[in-house]
Design a protein around this ligand. Structure first.
Ligand code: ATR
Length: 257
């Protein structure tokens, strides 16, 4: 999506992917800077580690406690977070979801789940339920949420009430034989209006297929991927991201059509 956007704006830039071991992340960032890279994106498992490795943190990275974008400035490497805003932007665009006052069941308490939980409560959702295979991690996020946003109702475990949204932030669904991230004995898909799966490949996880069959509105994580990328593009280039071009390029590269 970035290379398509560079081409559309006539920028002689390139976006390249490198696989870096966490033990080499510091050297990789310094090396990229030495080679006059404009910036970097970082993905799992580097987003927390990078907090310690940049020279300066933008407000977004401070607020959400993770760095997925670096811009090299003359003074040093600045860390940003473009993931958090992308989550809520995609929920609004793709599900027409009103976040203020919403009741949400969030599955997953890894890095993506944590960012989603903090961002959602900052948008004044009414109730947030956290479910995770390892409950202690959901408890830790619930504690962090309560500390930062004392007025929000946050609980660990499945709700009995109806929800506006079930949001999957686990990695379950990436593989065809994965179990569902949702225990339907504890929470029926009939209990929610919409389901969002952060996974975008496959385009329709089993969770989304079941949600559709149950009559829910559904969306996958492509919009989130698009918007975190578009924001990073704007940080590096200072230009408005050509969203349509980027979306088309993403669809082409992820789904082949
Ligand atoms: P990310 O940064 O993408 O969130 P992560 O931090 O590794 O990646 O988090 C992965 C999430 O998927 C976690 O919520 C994880 O549950 P645990 O906290 O219990 O590890 C969840 N997950 C991964 N594999 C799982 C599985 N087989 N069953 C249930 N949950 C799983």
């Amino acid at each position: 999506m970035h290379n398509a956007a560079f081409a559309a704006l006539g920028l002689n830039w390139r976006y390249l992917a490198f696989e870096v071991e966490p033990k080499n992340l510091r050297a990789a960032i310094a090396g990229a800077r030495a080679m006059n890279f404009a910036g970097l994106n970082l993905t799992v498992p580097h987003k927390l580690l990078a907090m310690e490795l940049v020279d300066e943190l933008d407000e977004s990275a401070k607020k959400w406690g993770a760095v997925n974008t670096i811009k090299f400035q003359p003074e040093g490497a600045v860390g940003f977070n473009t993931d958090a805003d992308a989550i809520t932007r995609s929920l609004r665009e793709d599900l027409k979801l009103e976040l203020r006052g919403a009741k949400i069941l969030l599955l997953g308490a890894g890095g993506a789940g944590r960012t989603a939980a903090l961002k959602l409560v900052s948008e004044n959702v009414a109730e947030l339920y956290l479910v995770n295979r390892t409950p202690s991690k959901a408890e830790a996020i619930a504690g962090e949420v309560k500390k930062q946003f004392p007025s929000v109702t946050v609980a660990v475990g499945y709700p009995r009430a109806k929800m506006d949204l079930v949001l999957n932030a686990t990695s379950l669904g990436l593989k065809a034989d994965d179990a569902s991230p949702l225990d339907e004995r504890q929470f029926s898909l009939k209990q929610t209006r919409a389901v969002y799966d952060m996974i975008y490949r496959p385009a329709e996880t089993q969770l989304l297929a079941c949600a559709k069959a149950a009559g829910c509105l559904t969306a996958n994580g492509l919009g989130m991927l698009l918007h975190q990328g578009a924001k990073a593009f704007e940080i590096w280039t200072g230009r408005t991201a050509p969203l349509d071009v980027m979306r088309r390029a993403l669809e082409q590269s992820v789904y082949g059509h």
